[in-house]
Design a protein around this ligand. Structure first.
Ligand SMILES: Nc1ncnc2c1ncn2[C@@H]1O[C@H](COP(=O)(O)OP(=O)(O)OP(=O)(O)O)[C@@H](O)[C@H]1O
Length: 622
């Protein structure tokens, strides 16, 4: 059970997933009906407020239809019959109804914003949580700027799509329909004559829609390339590389080129819509011409009262605006759907390390050491040749297993599989004889701690960084971990003790200090299995001794798999596994392996030959 065969959801699936990630990066497909359905599903939870918003919108449109009727009555009734009190009432109505309309507009805007921000909040959470579930492979292949762009830029644009495009679509459609209905009710001949121009709007829309979609996609891509460049070169780690290689000019030139593309694509995106509205304006000039020509004739021949024609003129001016935005709304609707499509693409990216459907409990008590075993494990990174082949070994409970081998042999990959950052293509990795694929993620994570070479500290206090894996730990335990990790002296020297903020924008810790913070964090988490990639950076003998003492405390009573770069770790190891080109070529204790004189002995002599190299040098022949 839990064996990863080569069929079904196996390796091909992983390669395919990778393709999908690429596709997503390249902008995805064209929005479809399915996209529209999903937008509705996103809106559904807000449907009560949505109903209210639509109600207010409808009322607003109806209220907006009344003033021209009042004008008609002023001319045809009040003035014609010299009725002064009717005139005053009607004039008052000309103030009251627009005022009421404006008030409704405020309520409508409020509700629209509430809905839009609600939807954005839901999507933001969904994107973030899905992003967390995605496999490590996604993050190794996807520039950080892409993810940032999806979560910030695209979501910002959603507000616009929802409040302007979607609700605008509704207002305009309703306005056009109700205005036309009123016009037909007033005088169907005049209405027919002035409405004849309307269908002409529909024709250019399709081709402009397509072009707008392309323009928007291009503009978004350009913007996200710019963001990515920004994130890579104008952040702490990036700027250090740029400065030290003196590539400031080159990066500035690249930035200028990218910015120029953003500028051009943005201009193009705006202009596509502009040409459309020019066309619409020219077409709309026909309306009044027809109305005043034909309407004037009807008044002259006494077939229609003057007030009706004036009311018509007002309706007509109100009709063409929504009608032209309606034509524009179609183009921005496609653009808006493309935006949602990109968001949905992200949400659809498959999770390469899925949670088990029926998780199995671990047959051990907490705190009890457990064994972690590889059983005929083969693994390849998506789309590449296998880097591990038919690997079988057991890291015995409570023992220290050291991985040793030349650079690129696959040691980090073994650790990644043990940490279930990836699943094997074939074979099983198991904890206490339960395949990792059958263990619930949160159960697994409480058992296992990973200490990597790339130490990342959050921008938070030192204590919070230590507490990260066990936020509820009482202060005594935090102190204990700090002491065990030989950090006490450091904490005493910090300006605000363990409340000193460290990390990217905080107090800078030295490499050795950072390693010990990572060790303290692991000690406090108290895992039964520790996966350690020992840092290769050479430290002076004092710092080295502190680390060794900290590690001894960390190793105690745990199952440890360590990529060993320290002589002390190798000597302490209960078993050393020698890896070469993705396979186990030898195993045993230090003295046995050394006596055999194989790859291990060679690596050992290269790295630890007494008198030639400092003891902290790397054994992995970097
Ligand atoms: N994310 C990845 N995608 C594709 N290939 C990878 C990835 N990570 C590592 N590899 C490849 O897998 C092989 C094994 O790499 P791995 O990092 O496991 O070796 P290692 O023994 O840890 O080396 P080192 O001691 O230099 O860290 C290498 O050929 C490497 O190029």
């Amino acid at each position: 059970m839990g064996m990863h065969g080569l069929g079904g959801g196996g390796p091909l699936h992983a390669v395919w997933e990778q393709r999908r990630s690429r596709q997503y990066l390249e902008g995805g497909g064209k929005p479809s009906k399915e996209t529209a359905r999903r937008v509705w599903r996103v809106l559904r939870p807000h449907r009560t407020i949505l109903a209210f918003a639509l109600l207010l919108t409808g009322l607003g449109v109806v209220v907006g239809l009344i003033p021209p009727l009042l004008v008609r009555d002023i001319i045809d009734r009040a003035i014609a019959r010299h009725n002064l009190s009717l005139l005053i009432w009607l004039a008052a109505g000309l103030v009251a109804f627009p005022a009421a309309g404006a008030l409704l507009g405020v309520g409508q805007n409020y509700l629209n914003t509430v809905i839009a921000q609600g939807v954005i909040h839901d999507l933001r959470r969904a994107l973030y949580e899905h992003g967390q579930r995605l496999g490590v492979d996604f993050f190794t292949k996807t520039p950080g700027g892409e993810i940032h762009s999806r979560l910030v830029n695209d979501l910002n644009a959603v507000q616009n799509v929802l409040t302007r495009t979607l609700s605008g679509l509704f207002v305009n459609a309703l306005t056009v329909v109700l205005t036309l209905a009123t016009m037909f009710w007033l005088n169907w001949k005049l209405a027919l004559a002035s409405a004849l121009v309307l269908p002409a709007f529909a024709l250019p829309v399709m081709s402009f829609g397509e072009r707008t979609y392309h323009a928007i996609t291009k503009a978004q891509e350009a913007l996200s390339r710019l963001t990515q460049h920004l994130e890579e070169t104008l952040t702490l780690s990036g700027i250090l590389v740029v400065k030290s290689f003196g590539t400031r000019r080159r990066e500035a030139d690249r930035f200028r080129a990218l910015s120029q593309t953003v500028r051009e694509t943005q201009v193009r995106q705006n202009m596509v819509g502009q040409w459309l509205s020019l066309l619409v304006q020219v077409l709309s000039a026909f309306g009044p011409a027809v109305l005043y020509g034909y309407g004037g004739y009807l008044v002259m021949t006494g077939k229609t009262p003057l007030g009706t024609v004036v009311a018509f003129a007002t309706y007509l001016t109100r009709l063409f605006n929504p009608a032209s935005s309606l034509a524009g709304a179609n183009t921005s609707l496609i653009g808006g759907l493309a935006l949602f499509d990109r968001i949905f693409h992200f949400l659809d990216l498959p999770v390469s390390v899925p949670e088990p459907e029926a998780p199995r409990p671990l047959p051990v008590n907490s705190g009890q050491p457990v064994a972690l075993a590889f059983h005929h494990v083969t693994f390849a990174y998506p789309g590449q040749a296998p880097v591990l082949r038919d690997l079988t070994f057991e890291a015995e409970a409570g023992r220290l297993t050291a991985l040793v081998g030349p650079s690129g042999a696959g040691k980090t990959t073994i650790l990644s599989l043990a940490a279930r950052f990836y699943d094997p293509l074939a074979g099983t990795v198991s904890l206490a004889d339960v395949p990792l694929t059958d263990i619930a993620d949160d159960v697994f994570r409480t058992q296992v701690a990973v200490v990597t070479q790339e130490l990342f500290l959050f921008h938070a206090s030192l204590a919070d960084n230590v507490r990260y894996g066990n936020p509820d730990a009482p202060p005594e335990l935090v102190w204990e971990a700090i002491r065990a990790a030989q950090l006490e002296e450091l904490v005493r020297s910090l300006p605000e003790g363990w409340d000193t903020v460290v990390g990217e924008r905080g107090y800078r810790l030295s490499g050795g200090e950072k390693q010990r913070v990572a060790i303290a964090r692991a000690i406090l988490k108290n895992p039964s299995v520790l996966l350690l990639d020992e840092a290769t950076s050479s430290l002076d003998s004092h710092a080295e001794r502190l680390i060794q003492e900290a590690l001894q405390r960390l190793f105690h009573g745990r199952t440890v798999i360590a990529i060993a770069h320290r002589l002390s770790t190798i000597l302490a190891a209960d078993q050393i596994i020698v890896i070469d080109q993705g396979q186990i070529v030898d195993r045993g204790r230090h003295t046995e392996l050394l006596a055999r004189g194989g790859l291990y002995a060679r690596l050992y002599h290269e790295q630890f030959d007494p008198g030639l190299n400092p003891p902290a040098a790397a054994i992995s022949a970097r």
